[in-house]
Design a protein around this ligand. Structure first.
Ligand code: AMP
Length: 350
């Protein structure tokens, strides 16, 4: 259900101090908003360097955002909270849904991002090609990637090709106390090709879908493994991990772009059917292009992704739509600005 528009004072833009906070608040400032950062005390040194962050709410732990003192402060400022990966990874869906501060986008869809089964259902409703989910370690048909539940940023993922290699990887994670048991793991067909992250923005105000950027992740240590010759790799017996360290810019062959827009639009339409009010704002389809130029989506993010940090001054795609530097953070603020002017904030926050 769409939330009632905030009234009174012009909204401020708030976010948690991590992930893409700098981009979001810079964009908000450029669009003329007051900016608020909820920051853990240990990160204050970093965030105080940036004058576009006007107010900092200090916390020991991000879950304090649920407390009444933080909520009241945000309410007083008439804040709109911009959700990002840190909100998802540090809080449960129940907790996020209880936040009183208006959240930009659809906070109900964040549960669909966090839950593997719901996630698959939405991707299938959107008609996206997805990797096969393997239900049991006894049914592993070939090369698979084994993932931990939740937004773990690739940490702890491993490859398996049969029951033994799955059990070996699981045992290692149990020893490291990263998981309690094999039931915490999710097995997925490994798609060969190159990873691509498609960064979209959907505006419920104009009903337009925009492709604002594309990136790929730079993952340690799978992206560094090519620096070790095969002989030494075999000798070292090291298990590569998929921990995200940063992001690299990417442009696609132009012939692939039409399909990119179609996939994005299908995702928006499917979200409207399954999770009203749908997919207002930023989202990302994450997948692999194979050698036939086919895209298989292994994940989506139903909010801004950190790969958008690349394009603070705009991307090769935002440049086709805007004659000014348009980051995703700034695009979010622009949408809030237009909605406030038209008195339709209720369409873009929940
Ligand atoms: P995720 O946390 O699901 O975004 O995945 C982290 C990384 O694991 C991705 O950036 C890819 O490098 C890799 N990955 C995830 N799923 C697959 C898949 N089904 N096939 C191939 N690589 C994958």
């Amino acid at each position: 259900m769409a939330r009632k528009a905030a009234t009174g004072r012009k909204p401020a833009i708030a976010t948690l101090g991590s992930h893409c906070a700098l981009q979001v608040l810079k964009g908000a400032k450029d669009e003329g908003f007051r900016t608020i950062l909820v920051s853990e005390r240990k990160r204050l040194g970093l965030y105080r360097r940036f004058p576009f962050i006007e107010e900092i709410i200090e916390v020991d732990n991000f879950s304090e955002i649920l407390g009444s003192s933080c909520q009241k402060r945000l309410e007083r400022e008439n804040a709109v909270l911009i959700p990002h990966g840190t909100l998802i990874s540090q809080m449960s869906s129940d907790q996020i849904e209880k936040i009183d501060t208006p959240i930009f986008g659809n906070k109900w869809i964040l549960r669909w991002e966090a839950d593997r089964e719901m996630k698959e259902k939405l991707m299938q409703e959107a008609g996206l090609r997805t990797p096969q989910a393997i239900k049991s370690k006894h049914d592993i048909p070939g090369l698979c990637i084994v993932k931990l539940h939740g937004a773990a940023g690739g940490r702890g993922y491993f490859l398996a090709w049969n029951r033994e290699s799955f059990e070996e990887g699981a045992r290692r994670l149990i020893e490291q106390k990263a998981i309690k048991g094999e039931e915490d793991l999710y097995i997925q067909e490994f798609i060969r090709g190159v990873t691509v992250y498609l960064q979209y923005f959907y505006s419920p105000l104009t009903k337009e879908l925009e492709l604002l950027g594309i990136d790929r992740r730079y993952e340690s240590d799978i992206d560094g493994i090519g620096r070790i010759p095969a002989k030494q790799q075999l000798g070292a017996g090291a298990e590569p991990s998929y921990t995200v360290i940063g992001n690299l810019p990417l442009v696609l062959r132009e012939s692939l772009l039409d399909e990119v827009y179609k996939m994005g639009q299908n995702f928006v339409d499917a979200s409207e059917r399954l999770v009203p009010p749908g997919m207002p704002g930023p989202f990302c389809l994450e997948g692999v292009y194979d050698s036939e130029g086919r895209f298989t989506t292994f994940e989506f993010s139903a909010r801004i992704v950190a790969g958008t940090n690349l394009y603070l001054d705009g991307s090769p795609y935002s440049g086709l739509l805007y004659d000014e530097p348009m980051s995703m953070g700034r695009r979010i603020a622009r949408e809030v600005k237009i909605a406030v002017k038209k008195r339709t904030l209720g369409k873009i926050v929940t």
